[in-house]
Ligand binder design. Structure first.
Ligand code: XMP
Length: 515
C-alpha cells in the first residue's frame, strides 16, 4: 500500500490554486503535500516523492526575484508536472525561451492535442481548458515536444518523455477545465505509478503526529460551537494531546433546539473532553435588544462572543494555543481572486478577532481540508452522524434568521419551526441531498383562520439549498407533499406562526442566510 509514503509533492509558487491541486490529487486517493517552491532537492529526495507538481503562480519567469526551484530537482529522476507558471519555469530553466505575450490569454480555450500523448490520452480532442497566463513559451527546451496547442499557445502542452517531464499552460485543477481530473489521473497513476490507496485514516495519523510535535506539553484552548468544523478539530486535537485540551462552549441563546445538550452529551459524556459550558444567553439577548439592522446584529454577537470567551480564557490561566476549525475554503474566501480586498457582503463571525487579542499561537489542523474531507475525518475519529453530517450553521446562529428584533419568545418560535422542518426533511430521507435547510422568522404578521378563529400571527419562510461550497447555491426542489407536511405541522404545532412561505431564490442574487 502506498499510504502516506511516496507522496505527490506540490511545489507552491504562490498560486491561489496550489491547495486545489493538492486536493485534486487526494480526491484520487493519493497523498499529497504542499511544499514551499524553494525546498532543497536534498529535502525533496528525503520525502521520496512519487511525483512533483510545480504549481502556477502570479510571477513572470523574467522578474528578477521570481520564485524558482532548486535546479537540482530536475536531476532527481522523479516525474514532474508543471502547471502554468510551473511549466514556463521549467521550460525556461531547462533551456527554452519564454517571452512575455502581447495578449494575456485568460479564460476558456480549446486544446487540440495528440491523443497518443501519455498525459493527455484520456481527454477528448479538442477539449475545453482554462487559461490564465501572461508569459508564453517561444522555443522548447532540448528533449521536449509539443503535445497540444490552443489558438494562442502553440505549446499549450509539452512533454519530455525520456525524463518524464510534462507541462500544461492551462489549469487542469479548476472546474472550467472539465476533463482536468484526467490529467491528474494520467500523471499520478500512469506516469508516477501511484496506486490510489490513500485514505483519511492516513491523514489523521499524520495530523495527530504534527499536532503533538507542535504542541509538545503545552496547553490548547478551543472554542467549540457544535458545528462540524470545530467538532472535528476538537476530536482530532483531543486524540493528539488529550487532557492538554480545554474547550469552551458558549450558549449565546441563538442555538438550535437541543444543540447545547447534544454538544455536552457528545463531548463531555462520550469523549470526556474538558468542556466549559458558559450560559451567556441573557448577556447576548440584552446586548441585542432593540437592534434590527443585520450588520449591527452581527457585530454585537461577535463582540459579546469575544468578551465572554476572553473572560473564560482568563479564568483558565495561561493557554498557549488557540485552536480553530478553519477550513481551506475559509482561507480562499477570505481573500479575493485578484489578491485585493473583496467586498464585505457579511462580516463573518467565527473566532475571528480572537487570535490578535489573546497572544496565543494558532492551531488550525483542518486548514488544508475541504468540508467533505472534514466530515470523513470526523467519522474516522468516531464522531456521531448527527454532528458530522449536520448542515452548516452560521456563527451568529439564529440571530441572522430572526429577522427584525431578536427577543427570546421569537427565538423560541423560530427554534420550534426549525426543528420541525429538519425533522420532516430527515423523515423524507432528503437531509443529505440538501446543503443547508433553515427557517427565517419574518417581521411580518398576517391574518389567518385557525380552528374557527381569526388569527393574526407571524410569518416564516423555509429555505433549503443545494451547493458544493456555499459560494453559489440553488433552491431545492422539494416534493410538494413534504412542504405541505412541514407547513401543516408548523401552523398546528408552533405557537405564533400562521403562515409558511418557501424561498425560491438562488445564490446569487440571494445569499443563503437572509442576513
Ligand atoms: P451566505 O449567507 O453568505 O452564507 O450565503 C454562506 C455560508 O456561510 C454560512 N455563514 C456563516 N458561517 N459565520 C459562519 O461560520 C458566519 O458569520 C456566517 N454567515 C453565514 C451560511 O450559513 C452558509 O453556509
Amino acid at each position: 500500500m502506498q499510504g502516506i509514503r511516496n507522496p505527490i509533492v506540490v511545489l507552491d509558487f504562490g498560486a491561489q490554486y496550489s491547495k486545489l491541486i493538492a486536493r485534486r490529487v487526494r480526491e484520487l486517493n493519493v497523498y499529497s503535500v504542499i511544499a514551499p517552491y524553494n525546498l532543497s532537492a536534498d529535502k525533496l529526495r528525503e520525502m521520496k516523492p512519487a511525483g512533483i507538481i510545480m504549481s502556477g503562480g502570479p510571477a513572470s519567469v523574467h522578474q528578477e526575484n521570481s520564485p524558482k526551484p532548486d535546479p537540482e530537482i530536475f536531476t532527481l529522476g522523479v516525474p514532474i508536472l508543471g502547471i502554468c507558471y510551473g511549466t514556463q519555469l521549467f521550460a525556461y530553466m531547462l533551456g527554452g525561451d519564454v517571452a512575455r505575450a502581447d495578449v494575456r490569454e485568460y479564460g476558456i480555450a480549446h486544446l487540440e492535442h495528440d491523443k497518443n500523448a501519455k498525459l493527455l490520452s484520456m481527454m477528448e480532442s479538442p477539449t475545453q481548458v482554462w487559461m490564465s497566463h501572461g508569459d508564453r513559451i517561444e522555443t522548447l527546451p532540448p528533449g521536449f515536444e509539443s503535445t497540444g496547442k490552443t489558438e494562442n499557445s502553440p505549446y499549450a502542452a509539452i512533454a519530455d518523455i525520456e525524463r518524464n517531464f510534462y507541462g500544461v499552460q492551462f489549469h487542469p485543477e479548476v472546474v472550467h477545465t472539465p476533463e482536468g481530473m484526467k490529467i491528474f489521473e494520467s500523471f499520478i497513476y500512469t506516469i508516477c505509478g501511484c496506486d490510489g490507496s490513500w485514505k483519511m485514516d492516513s491523514f489523521s495519523e499524520i495530523a495527530i503526529k504534527e499536532i503533538r510535535e507542535q504542541v509538545g506539553k503545552r496547553k490548547v484552548l478551543c472554542g467549540l460551537s457544535g458545528g462540524v468544523d470545530s467538532s472535528v478539530a476538537t476530536a482530532l486535537i483531543h486524540r493528539a494531546v488529550g487532557e492538554q485540551l480545554t474547550c469552551v462552549f458558549v450558549n449565546n441563546g441563538l442555538l438550535r433546539k437541543g444543540e447545547s445538550d447534544l454538544v455536552r452529551r457528545v463531548f463531555q459524556d462520550n469523549f470526556h473532553i474538558n468542556l466549559i459550558y458558559v450560559d451567556a444567553e441573557k448577556r447576548f439577548l440584552d446586548a441585542l435588544a432593540g437592534v434590527s439592522e443585520p450588520e449591527q446584529k452581527r457585530k454585537i454577537i461577535g463582540a459579546v462572543f469575544i468578551d465572554v470567551f476572553e473572560e473564560e480564557a482568563t479564568r483558565l490561566g495561561h493557554m498557549d494555543f488557540l485552536a480553530q476549525g478553519t477550513l481551506y475554503p475559509d482561507i480562499i474566501e477570505s481573500r479575493s481572486a485578484t489578491g485585493g480586498p473583496s467586498a464585505v457582503i457579511k462580516s463573518h463571525h467565527n473566532v475571528g478577532g480572537l487570535p490578535e487579542k489573546m497572544n496565543m499561537e494558532l492551531l488550525e489542523p483542518l486548514r488544508e481540508l475541504f468540508k467533505d474531507e472534514v466530515r470523513e475525518l470526523g467519522r474516522e475519529l468516531g464522531l456521531p452522524e448527527e454532528i458530522v453530517a449536520r448542515h452548516p450553521f452560521p456563527g451568529p446562529g439564529l440571530g441572522v434568521r430572526c429577522i427584525g428584533e431578536i427577543v427570546r419568545e421569537r427565538l423560541d418560535t423560530l427554534r420550534d419551526a426549525d426543528a420541525i422542518f429538519i425533522e420532516e426533511i430527515q423523515k423524507a430521507g432528503l437531509y443529505d441531498e440538501i446543503w443547508q435547510a433553515l427557517v427565517c422568522l419574518l417581521p411580518v404578521k398576517s391574518v389567518g383562520v385557525q380552528g374557527d378563529e381569526r388569527s393574526y400571527e407571524e410569518v416564516c419562510s423555509l429555505r433549503a439549498v443545494t451547493s458544493t461550497d456555499a459560494m453559489t447555491a440553488d433552491w431545492y426542489r422539494f416534493p410538494p407533499e413534504v412542504l405541505q407536511q412541514v407547513s401543516n405541522r408548523i401552523c398546528n404545532e408552533v405557537e405564533h406562526i400562521n403562515r409558511v412561505l418557501y424561498d425560491v431564490t438562488s445564490k446569487p442574487p440571494g445569499t443563503i442566510e437572509w442576513e
